[in-house]
Design a protein around this ligand. Structure first.
Ligand code: GLU
Length: 448
């Protein structure tokens, strides 16, 4: 069902200025993203004989909020922006999922990302449903003050559609702790003064100094590494023996690489929108120095001491593990054929197309699917939400330990499903999640 925003939707005075949607065409290889999620769910539902009504319920989101809102630019102009919040399912708990700022954001993409959050939260067994939000904008074209005003206007336009016990956003592509702090501040201002103490739990991924949790910033990368460690143990090796490549050196890619460096793994190549680079020497690329370089220059290109390579050459680098940690649709039929690795550990959401999956399977390349591999972020978001609601502060060791525990159990459940039903890891992960949701619908029923 598509609904108008519940409150504070700002009327569009002039039509939004046209924005170029670069890149990802919906051709045969990239069907509509939400349709892909539905097909993935159907495949898993089929494999475990899921109750048909559960499949039917999950085939459309509970609610979709679409807002157009004006923002004052630094030069005094008013510019219109389009934003979305899709609330896919909340049978397990409040809607949960990030907000992204990207020029390619569309309602279809946000719908798919929201559905992936439903699967992810159910799979790792935390009491949240799935949601996602996005604003269609290239934040690189805006100043910091413009991004702040846009964020605040977006939150205002969403109004009562988000809330600590209802729908809890978090960082995603091109949003971070600072963005979350602006969201809390704006949301708090919409509450009566006596109610404002509740505002902290409206988002997770806040700065630690402003109610965030220690360990949240690195959590998705930490989870990726934890999962790679579990995979390596099953192959009778350790992370210190591994070589790897990373696509995307933002929050997820950079943190995974820095943690992998501490564990002795070797980074052979990296790629992002600015280009691709390969280590020139036998010691590999230094993840900490590369993260500094990216912070300073905006991308991996030009990293001192590394050799520039083409995107094709990047995909062909021989390594043990490839970590896609950027956007959707990167491991396609074509790029999957170039890969020269044993494992694809999905840090991004939706990086592999169905054609890519088929090629990986045919070539015997293992996959740690996104809904499992990048779940560390939302798990520590859950810890942050609990701390906010309980007025508590957990320490880093406790967070790391609890995160690993949850991911280890999820890994075990997926592995058991892979083995008992002879499924690939992605289908098995979906099957575990869907079974969890099915159980709740069976117990609760549907009222009224
Ligand atoms: N955006 C992250 C994801 O896709 C984190 C979501 C959250 O913490 O709520 O999993």
């Amino acid at each position: 069902m598509t609904t108008a925003p519940i409150a504070n939707g700002t009327a569009t005075l002039t039509p939004p200025s046209p924005r170029t949607i670069a890149g990802r065409a919906h051709d045969a290889e990239h069907p509509k993203l939400f349709q892909r999620v539905r097909e993935q769910m159907d495949q898993a539902a089929e494999a475990v004989g899921l109750a048909p009504e559960v499949r039917k319920i999950l085939s459309s989101p509970v609610c979709e909020v679409s807002v157009n809102f004006p923002v004052r630019m630094d030069d005094g102009r008013i510019e219109m922006f389009s934003g979305y919040r899709v609330q896919h399912n909340n049978v397990l708990g409040p809607f949960k999922g990030g907000i992204r700022y990207h020029q390619d954001v569309s309602i279809d993409e946000v719908r798919a990302l929201a559905a992936w959050m439903t699967i992810k939260c159910a799979l790792v067994d935390i009491p949240f449903g799935g949601g996602k939000g996005g604003v269609q904008v290239d934040p690189a074209t805006l100043s910091r003050r413009e991004i702040e005003r846009m964020t605040r206007r977006f939150v205002y336009a969403l109004g009562a559609n988000i809330g600590p016990g209802y729908d809890v956003p978090a960082p995603d592509v091109n949003t971070d702790a600072r963005t979350m702090a602006w969201i809390v501040d704006t949301y708090a201002a919409t509450l009566p003064p006596q109610e404002r103490y509740r505002a902290l739990a409206v988002v997770t991924g806040k700065p630690v100094s402003a109610g965030g949790s220690v360990g949240r910033e690195k959590a998705t990368g930490q989870g990726v590494v934890d999962l790679i460690e579990m995979w390596a143990a099953d192959k009778n090796c350790t992370v210190a023996d591994l070589t790897y490549t990373v696509q995307g050196f933002g929050k997820v890619g950079a943190w995974a690489a820095r943690i992998l460096k501490d564990k002795g793994a070797k980074l052979l190549a990296a790629q992002d929108v600015t280009g691709a680079i390969k280590a020139s020497g036998p010691t590999g690329l230094d993840a900490d120095a590369l993260a500094e370089h990216v912070k300073k220059t905006g991308g991996v290109a030009g990293f001192p001491g590394a050799t520039a390579i083409t995107r094709e050459a990047f995909f062909g680098v021989e390594a043990d593990v490839f970590i896609p940690a950027a956007l959707e649709n990167q491991v396609t039929g074509e790029t999957a054929r170039l890969l020269n690795v044993r494992l694809v550990a999905e840090g991004a959401n939706g990086p592999t197309t169905p054609e890519g999956d088929a090629v990986l399977c045919e070539r015997g390349i293992d996959v740690l699917p996104d809904v499992l591999c990048n779940a560390g972020g939302v798990v520590v978001s859950y810890f942050e939400w609990l701390q906010n609601r309980g007025g508590a502060a957990w320490d880093a060791a406790e967070i790391d330990h609890k995160l690993k525990d949850i991911l280890t159990r999820a890994y075990g459940r997926v592995k058991e499903m892979v083995e008992s039903k002879s499924l690939d890891w992605r289908t098995a992960a979906y099957a575990v999640a869907l079974r969890r949701i099915e159980q709740v619908y069976a117990e609760r029923g549907i009222y009224p």
